[in-house]
Design a protein around this ligand. Structure first.
Ligand SMILES: Cc1cc2nc3c(=O)[nH]c(=O)nc-3n(C[C@H](O)[C@H](O)[C@H](O)COP(=O)(O)O)c2cc1C
Length: 204
């Protein structure tokens, strides 16, 4: 068994629950890395074509990994027809990569409401103003829409737009990759089975 704090990963020094290891790595990344919550989310559209973009992780627990977006965006349209996603974290200073794959569902309206209410007002107005992923004629058009919604909601709380909310990726596979000198990197993959999580080492 390697020493506590050692970057080396082994079947014997990793917890049986991958969320425990994720939280440990995530906490370390939050102090070591700029934008540690940034993750790539890849989705596949109805034509079987993948697309990827960065989003921000807002919650990670036994239920899954949550991000928020526009439910009419390109990613949302892909996720509606094919509710599977792959998430990727790369924490450069720590030489760590985490890959998560699983099914996707919308978070409850109550969860989306609660998170939306916690956002800065400008972000709330922005969610109304931006038809994410749609063509717009100019930046001026976007700014005009922003001002229009600022006027509309002046002096009152901004409600969550019905087309804005969260997705939860429920993990079936979580892989932890630790870069090590000499290219003999460590990879431990956790697989969700009917008896709980199993894990195995993969060749780098
Ligand atoms: C670091 C970073 C974080 C981002 N976070 C989010 C996010 O949490 N939600 C979101 O909808 N877009 C976020 N974006 C913008 C997306 O990358 C993307 O441009 C947008 O969601 C539209 O993607 P789509 O057209 O593929 O649906 C972020 C971009 C960057 C670079």
């Amino acid at each position: 068994m390697s020493e506590p704090g050692s970057p080396m990963l082994d079947i014997s020094n990793t917890p049986s629950n991958p969320l425990e290891l994720f939280h440990r790595w995530h906490q370390e990344a939050l102090t070591a890395v700029h934008e540690a919550n940034a993750m790539t989310v890849a989705a596949v559209d109805a034509q079987g074509r993948p697309s990827a973009r960065q989003v921000l992780l807002k919650q990670a627990d036994e239920q899954g990994f949550v991000f928020y977006t526009n439910y009419k965006s390109a990613k949302a349209i892909a996720l509606e027809t094919n509710p599977w996603a792959s998430l990727l974290f790369w924490w450069d200073k720590l030489e760590r990569q985490v890959r998560i794959e699983g099914s996707v569902e919308k978070v409850s309206a109550a969860e989306s409401d609660a998170y939306f209410a916690s956002r800065p007002r400008a972000s709330q107005i922005g969610a109304w103003a931006s038809s994410q992923s749609q063509p717009i004629s100019s930046r001026a058009e976007l700014e005009a829409r922003f001002e229009e919604y600022e006027r509309q909601f002046s002096g009152q709380p901004v409600p969550r737009p019905p087309h804005w909310g969260g997705y939860r990726v429920k993990p079936e596979r979580i892989e932890f990759w630790q870069g090590l000198p000499g290219r003999l990197h460590d990879r431990i993959i956790y697989l969700c089975t009917s008896e709980g999580w199993s894990k195995q080492r993969l060749a780098p």
